[in-house]
Design a protein around this ligand. Structure first.
Ligand code: NAP
Length: 354
C-alpha cells in the first residue's frame, strides 16, 4: 500500500493488550478498516495460548467480529506476523515491551504513558501537531518507530484549545474533569465505589493533563523542541458515566477575543486529517453547541463516530477571560480511535512504511 485511495493490499497489524478495554475498542474499530487488517493479537501470559473468544471478557456493544474470535492470542514477544502494532498495554509493562517491538523493527502506535515524553517520540493528535511526526526520523530503532497519543483527558482538551491558541495565544488555563469509568480499564473502579458517587482523585492524572498539552502545542524547530508556554491547573474526578470525559475549562488569552471570534474559530477548524481524507478523520473535528444544556456524555459522545470533540456553554469568566465545557469519547478519540488516526497519518505521510 502506498497512499490513501491507492490501496493494493491491506497493511497487517497486531494489537498488544488486545484483551483490555482499549484493546477491544481497537478490534471493534479495526475489524472493517479499509487500510489495516488485524493479523495478530497479544496480551499477558494469562491469555496467551487461548483463542481470543476464550481469553477476552468482551464487553463492547457489538459481538466479537467472527474473523477475530478464533484468532489465537500470543504473549508480547516481538515475533508477530505484522508490521504495525497498536498498543493498549497496561502501563506497568508497556514501556519495556514497546521498546522491544520498536527495536525489532515494528512501528509501535501506543496509548500508554511510558514513552510520551521521550524527546524523540511524537505525542500526537493529527489535527493539532502533525508536523511532530518528523521526530521519528531522529529515533534510533532502525526500521522500527514509536508514536504515542495523549492521555484521554488531554486529547479533547487540546483539540478544543488548538484553534484558540493559534489565533489568540493561551496564557493560563484551569480545567476540572469529570471522567468516565471506562478510562480506568476493565474491571476498573469497583461498583460500590462509583455508583451514587464521585471520586475526587484519579492517580497521576492531573500531572498528565498539566504537562502533555505543553508538549503537543509546542513548536518543533529545526534543531530543538520548544514546549508551549502557559500555565495549566487541573483537577480530575471520576464519575458514574460509562464513556465520555466532560471537562469544565476556564482560559486566559494573551489577546482577548470576542465570544463570536472563539465560536468562529471552532466552527472553521479543519486540519491535515480532513484535507487528507483519512478514514477515521471526522468531517468536523470540533462541534460547538449553542444550546445551554450541551454537551452531555450520553447524548454527544458518539458525534463523528466518537472522533468529534463537542464544546458548549461559552461564557465570560470573572476570574480568567472565558469558560466553556468540552466533551470527548475517552476510548475512541482519547484512545483507540486517536491511535488509529495517528497510524493513518503516518502511513499517509510516509508512503511505503507499511
Ligand atoms: P486494561 O483494560 O486493564 O487492559 C490492559 C491490557 O494489558 C490487557 O490486554 C492485559 O492482558 C494486558 N497486560 C497486562 N499485564 C500484562 C503483561 N504483564 N504482559 C502483557 N500484557 C499485559 O487497560 P486499558 O484501559 O485498556 O488501558 C490500556 C492502556 O491504555 C493503559 O496504559 C492506559 O493508561 C491507556 N489508556 C487508556 C484509556 C482509556 O480510556 N481506557 C485512554 C487512553 C489511554 P490480560 O487480559 O491478558 O491481562
Amino acid at each position: 500500500m502506498t497512499h490513501k485511495n491507492q490501496i493494493t493490499s491491506k497493511i497487517p497489524v497486531g494489537i498488544l493488550g488486545s484483551t483490555g478495554s482499549v484493546g477491544q475498542k481497537f478490534i471493534e474499530l479495526l475489524a472493517e478498516h479499509p487500510w489495516f487488517e488485524i493479523t495478530a493479537l497479544a496480551a499477558s501470559e494469562r491469555s496467551a495460548g487461548k483463542s481470543y473468544r476464550d481469553a477476552a471478557h468482551w464487553f463492547m456493544s457489538s459481538p466479537i467480529p467472527e474473523k477475530i474470535a478464533d484468532l489465537p492470542v500470543s504473549d508480547c514477544t516481538p515475533n508477530l506476523p505484522c508490521r504495525i502494532v497498536f498498543s493498549g498495554l497496561d502501563a506497568s509493562v508497556a514501556g519495556k515491551i514497546e521498546t522491544e517491538f520498536a527495536k525489532a523493527g515494528y512501528i509501535v502506535v501506543s496509548n500508554s504513558k511510558n514513552h510520551r515524553f521521550d524527546s524523540d517520540v511524537p505525542l500526537l493528535i493529527p489535527e493539532v501537531n502533525p508536523d511532530h511526526l518528523a521526530l521519528i526520523r531522529t529515533q534510533q530503532y532502525g526500521k522500527g518507530a514509536i508514536i504515542t497519543n495523549p492521555n484521554c483527558a488531554t486529547t479533547g482538551l487540546v483539540l478544543a484549545l488548538k484553534p484558540l491558541n493559534d489565533l489568540f495565544g493561551l496564557e493560563a488555563l484551569n480545567v476540572v474533569t469529570m471522567q468516565a469509568i471506562s478510562g480506568a480499564g476493565y474491571p476498573g473502579v469497583a461498583s460500590l465505589d462509583i455508583i451514587d458517587n464521585m471520586i475526587p482523585v484519579i492517580r497521576n492524572e492531573e500531572e498528565k493533563v498539566e504537562s502533555e498539552p505543553l508538549k503537543i502545542l509546542g513548536r518543533l524547530n529545526e534543531n530543538h523542541f520548544e514546549p508551549a508556554n502557559f500555565k495549566i491547573s487541573a483537577a480530575c474526578n471520576r464519575i458514574a458515566v460509562t464513556d465520555g470525559h466532560t471537562e469544565c475549562v476556564s482560559v486566559k488569552f494573551r489577546k482577548k477575543p470576542s465570544a463570536q471570534e472563539i465560536i468562529g474559530a471552532w466552527d472553521r477548524f479543519s486540519a491535515e486529517p480532513q484535507y487528507l481524507n483519512l478514514p477515521s478523520a471526522p468531517k468536523q473535528p470540533i462541534h460547538y453547541f449553542s444550546e445551554d444544556d450541551a454537551p452531555q456524555p450520553k447524548l454527544h459522545r458518539m458525534l463523528g463516530n466518537g472522533m468529534t470533540v463537542s464544546v458548549g456553554r461559552l461564557r465570560e469568566c470573572p476570574i480568567l477571560d472565558y469558560k466553556f465545557v468540552v466533551l470527548s469519547h475517552n476510548t475512541i478519540r482519547g484512545a483507540a480511535g486517536g491511535a488509529i488516526l495517528n497510524a493513518e497519518l503516518l502511513v499517509s505521510k510516509f508512503p511505503g512504511i507499511g
